[in-house]
Design a protein around this ligand. Structure first.
Ligand code: 13P
Ligand code: ZN
Ligand code: NA
Length: 283
């Protein structure tokens, strides 16, 4: 039942909105995101990092996503976020995943092309689509830590070459966003994004959207970003509410009760993000 992201993202790029990709970790967070998207009739991408797969289990995440996709009217994709290892990608393809990110952005240009092309050939055999990345983001996404001095903005001409040589379906670039929240206001390079948009015709992917203003996200969407990745800004309200609830109810031990408010708070943020992406009503 889970979709690949080809039609979803091409429609979004054509019509000038973005499909939100929300990082989920377990049954609770997956269901929150699915319910919010269903209520707003938004197409949806569930994103799972290798760390999440290790925590919850690749087969469990796949199974929950399949049930969710079957039970709702909106298109739902399960997407492998920031995967680096071909064997684990293969495991998920066999389980039925239809959307894959191969993150070879920390390799040299030639090696990035090599590993990305290899994943594209494999994934396309399974009817899955592939997101590739060129240029690196600062911050931490699970176990992947990139220091500021190692981050590099994407070169538009190399972006064009990378997309042509790898045959990827969507393209993640570095234009000044980073994973997590920002210590100082991020400076997004919109001119660079516009150049990339004009050279690359496939849907573009904005990573690190937590901490980016609604206005800046919308501007990125108008410049070709058809997928917007959001992780940190969903984790915070969940954890804050849970912390507060348990502090105020020290004798509560029922997860069905103590996670209720946390899920509601997270759901509010999911809905806000869907509205920023303008994907409501697009399912
Ligand atoms: P944020 O945590 O900044 O939202 O980044 C999410 C992301 O890019 C996931 O791939
Ligand atoms: Zn990311
Ligand atoms: Na961010």
């Amino acid at each position: 039942y889970v979709h690949n992201t080809k039609e979803m993202l091409e429609k979004a790029r054509q019509e000038g909105y973005a499909v939100p990709a929300f990082n989920i970790h377990n049954l609770e967070t997956l269901k929150v995101v699915v319910e919010a998207a269903e209520e707003l009739k938004s197409p949806l991408i569930l994103a799972a990092t290798p760390g999440t797969m290790k925590y919850s289990g690749r087969d469990y995440i796949q199974a929950i996503a399949e049930v969710a996709a079957k039970n709702v009217s909106i298109p739902v994709a399960l997407h492998l976020d920031h995967h680096e290892d071909i064997d684990s990608i293969k495991q998920s393809l066999v389980l039925g995943v239809k959307s894959v990110m191969i993150d070879g952005s920390h390799f040299t240009f030639d090696n990035n092309i090599k590993i990305t092309s290899e994943v594209v050939k494999l994934a396309h055999q399974y009817g899955a689509t592939v997101e590739g990345e060129l240029g690196t983001l600062v911050g931490q996404e699970d176990d992947l830590i990139v220091e500021a001095e190692d981050a590099a903005y994407t070169n538009p001409d190399l972006a064009k070459e990378y997309v042509q040589k790898t045959n990827i379906d969507s393209f993640a670039m570095a234009i000044g966003t980073g994973h997590g929240l920002y210590k100082t206001k991020p400076n997004l390079d919109f001119d660079r994004l516009e150049k990339i948009k004009n050279l690359v015709s496939i849907p573009l992917v904005l990573h690190g959207a937590s901490g980016i203003s609604a206005e800046d996200v919308r501007r990125c969407i108008s410049l070709g970003c058809a997928k917007v990745n959001i992780a940190t800004e969903l984790k915070i309200p969940f954890a804050e509410n849970l912390r507060e609830y348990l502090q105020n109810h020290p004798n509560e031990s029922d997860p069905r009760k103590y996670m209720k408010g946390a899920k509601e708070k997270m759901k509010e943020v999911v809905k806000e993000k869907i509205l920023i992406c303008m994907s409501d009503g697009k399912a």
